[in-house]
Design a protein around this ligand. Structure first.
Ligand SMILES: [Zn+2]
Length: 393
């Protein structure tokens, strides 16, 4: 199968050949075409000798830049960037900008490509400057693209508030409501800023960012989890519980993130019974294993390990879970104490197998790209999607 780059170079060769054919009558009048012809033949030779780099340089030099050929130049630059040859893509785009004959709009298109090259090569500052210059100048379609790239840059640079401002510009006119997908991202940017403030014990600023997060995205369970973390740091456990109780209504998929924090605050307040009552209410509406395991913990404490193992065993029949099977076996082993015999040995063996499987099984997975790991990421490291990672039950 032909490599895409070679295919594109052949297309370039054909384009130059066609152009030379059209211009051949003028060749004798000026030296221009004969110069191009020499480049063309040299480029073909490089291609035949599989010297692709030299072929690219030669063809780019030979092919005139105009409305018809610009797409070919841009396609080659794009292809090189995708192949990871970013410095070569940068060279092509910089050369294009230096050529006369580009219209104002075409030059802006090339500048956007150059900004993409800078992003890809990690030169985020340069990309940011270029895109900021472009935003007020370009046509609406390109403007959106520039803003989206800027938002990615601010995300990667962790410039959360600049990111929020840039998303606002996507709405265009003032008071135009942003699409929900952007409001959700804004919510995460505010949450990131709040998490940083909490880490620095700057609770006033953190509260402000968390309020903004809810303003832009009412269903931001992450803002409730962060608020609870903040309140717990201040020993405000009633407030922490109040915040955590929002999570099931906001985004039930994050209940498991709230359960441990709830347990901590209820425990500090010595309100275990209230926690148990709340878990029972939750269990009626949500089939989440973190709720059941928390209930099992109380059953074990109040009624013993056998009752807890029985409770989990019944729940497993409704909704199978590797984690729950592990918990049940651990409880059964614990109820057997130092008993020996074939039943005890079988359970021990099953327990070991489950532990082994659990140590290899990820706890979290991205529903978009399948990235998996042992800890929660709000931004998927694989596909860079917000809130696509969920706890695997
Ligand atoms: Zn992903």
């Amino acid at each position: 199968m032909l490599d895409l780059l070679i295919l594109l170079l052949l297309t370039l060769a054909v384009a130059i050949g066609y152009w030379l054919g059209r211009r051949s009558k003028l060749a004798t009048k000026s030296g221009t075409v004969s110069g191009v012809q020499a480049h063309y033949i040299r480029g073909l030779n490089y291609l035949l000798n599989e010297q692709q780099d030299a072929a690219i340089d030669t063809f780019m030099e030979a092919l005139e830049v105009n409305a018809e050929t610009l797409e070919t130049h841009l396609a080659l630059g794009n292809l090189l960037r995708k192949r990871g040859e970013v410095s070569r893509a940068i060279k092509i785009h910089q050369n294009l900008l230096a050529r006369p004959g580009l219209s104002y709009e075409q030059a802006q298109q090339v500048q956007l490509e150059l900004a993409r090259d800078y992003v890809k090569s990690g030169l985020l500052d340069r990309a940011e400057t270029l895109l900021q210059e472009l935003v007020p100048e370009v046509q609406p379609a390109l403007r959106t693209e520039c803003l989206e790239y800027l938002i990615e840059i601010y995300r990667d640079e962790k410039e959360w508030l600049k990111g929020v401002e840039t998303i606002n510009k996507l709405a265009g006119r003032r008071f135009t409501r942003l699409p929900d997908e952007w409001r959700i991202i804004q919510g995460h940017f505010y949450c990131e800023a709040a998490a940083e403030a909490i880490a620095c014990d700057d609770y006033l600023v953190a509260r402000r960012h968390l309020r903004s997060a809810v303003d832009v995205d009412k269903s931001s369970a992450r803002s409730s989890l962060l608020l609870a973390e903040l309140e717990q740091r201040l020993n405000h456990h009633e407030e922490a519980i109040k915040a955590l109780k929002q999570v099931p209504q906001q985004q039930p998929q994050y209940i498991s993130e709230a359960i441990t924090l709830l347990g901590k605050s209820y425990s500090v307040l010595t309100k275990d019974q209230d926690f148990q009552n709340y878990l029972q209410v939750l269990q009626r509406d949500h089939a989440d294993w973190s709720i059941r395991l928390a209930i099992a913990h109380f059953i074990e404490r109040d009624e013993g390990v056998e009752a807890a193992a029985l409770y989990i065993g019944e729940a497993i029949q409704e909704s199978p879970s590797l984690r729950a099977v592990g918990q049940m076996l651990a409880l059964q082993l614990s109820s057997m104490g130092s008993a020996t015999g074939s039943a005890s040995e079988s359970i021990q063996m099953a327990d070991q197998v489950i532990r082994h499987l659990q140590s290899r099984a990820p706890q979290y997975r991205c529903k978009r790209c399948g990235f998996s790991g042992q800890r929660m990421h709000w931004l998927c490291p694989g596909c860079k999607t917000w809130a696509s990672i969920k706890n695997i039950q």
